[in-house]
Ligand binder design. Structure first.
Ligand SMILES: *Cc1c(COP(=O)(O)O)cnc(C)c1O
Ligand code: SF4
Length: 324
């Protein structure tokens, strides 16, 4: 049974990094978590392909540029209680843990996510859920992290039962990499945990069509059968998906797996991520180039986090048409 690769030495042994890079990669690994699941490993064809680039550490991560921020979305300023982020009146985030199946090199929470990190204690989780119960303006509970599908099905069931039982909570949402990056976690007990009376939207993070393999296809089909509504979120990343062809393939692959593309995010300026940046102008041009070539179903909203925690804003493209 193949294991998740976590150490630079393991990446070198797997032929995914050069032995000469070991000292620099060890420094990166001290600062930012690394993980490539066997599923992700199987999708990689070369160390510089669009899947590998998302997960393989790079010495460039040791360099923080002046505009890069440790908390680029200002989550901290909008946290009423540990594990909750409340920026918009009608919806709030619950972060039950900060572990992920894989660690993306461009992650905007990269200073906080990691295998040991951020699991709320029983008391902290209870207090966070009490906050939701006491905040009737919040109509949508959004589980994110880290990756909420790293929780045990039993723990996840407890959390979702409690939220679903609140009269003011109209819908549940989960943001996750698991269905594509670690689909073996989508077991029968996990599907049972996700089968809900109220609508459950699962927003699946995928950035390249090559990430979808046969296990992911089976997991997504099972989630759909369980009544989960599947949405897609992607980050626009230089060297991964910054071409019209790559984006078209990605969005069409999502539709093939019953995923509706929801957001295409511009990169948040987290430390050591500059190699992935795509200028807004280029981002708009890429999407504009796809208009008319892809189904309207395949079209995501291009968004960027406004500085200082003002939230996600659509950044185009727009067409100025003559008034009728
Ligand atoms: C992204 C985000 C949401 C969800 O925003 P939508 O536009 O509804 O997807 C909610 N709360 C916070 C703090 C967020 O960062
Ligand atoms: S799965 Fe999400 S939270 Fe985890 S490292 Fe990737 S982008 Fe960050």
């Amino acid at each position: 049974m193949a294991r998740t690769l976590r150490r630079p030495e393991e990446l070198i042994a797997a032929g995914l990094a050069e032995p000469a890079a070991l000292p620099a990669l060890r420094q990166v690994a001290e600062r930012y978590a690394i993980a490539l699941t066997p599923t992700v490993r199987a999708r990689i064809t070369a160390p510089d392909d669009p899947v590998a680039r998302q997960y393989l550490p790079d010495p460039a991560e040791l360099l923080t540029l002046p505009h890069e921020r440790e908390d680029p979305t200002a989550d901290r300023a909008f946290s009423p209680i540990k594990g909750v982020v409340h920026r918009y009146p009608d919806r709030a985030l619950l972060l039950p843990l900060l572990a992920c199946p894989v660690y993306c090199r461009f992650c905007f929470r990269r200073e906080r996510v990691g295998p040991g990190g951020g699991l709320l204690s029983e008391a902290e989780l209870a207090a966070a859920l009490d906050w939701f119960a006491a905040t009737p303006a919040v109509r949508e509970a959004i589980l994110t992290g880290g990756d909420p599908l790293m929780l045990s099905p039993r723990r996840l069931t407890q959390i979702l039962d409690r939220l679903e039982g609140m009269a003011h909570i109209a819908r549940l949402r989960i943001h996750s990499r698991v269905p594509v990056a670690d689909p073996t976690r989508i077991t029968e007990p996990m599907l049972a945990a996700l089968t809900r009376r109220k609508p459950l939207y699962l927003c699946v993070h995928v950035n390249h069509a090559q990430e979808f393999g046969p296990e992911a296809a089976a997991a997504l089909a099972a989630l759909h059968r369980a009544g989960v509504v599947l949405l897609g979120q992607s980050v626009l990343l230089a060297g991964v998906n910054d071409s019209e062809e790559a984006l078209q393939d990605l969005f069409e692959a999502m539709l093939a797996h019953r995923i509706k593309p929801y957001y295409l995010h511009a990169l948040d300026p987290a430390p050591g991520t500059a190699r992935f940046a795509v200028p807004d102008r280029r981002a708009r041009a890429l999407l504009a180039g796809l208009r008319g070539r892809i189904s309207g179903l395949a079209w995501p909203t291009l968004v960027r986090e406004a500085p200082g925690g003002a939230g996600k804003k659509p950044i185009g493209p727009v067409w100025e048409l003559p008034s009728p």
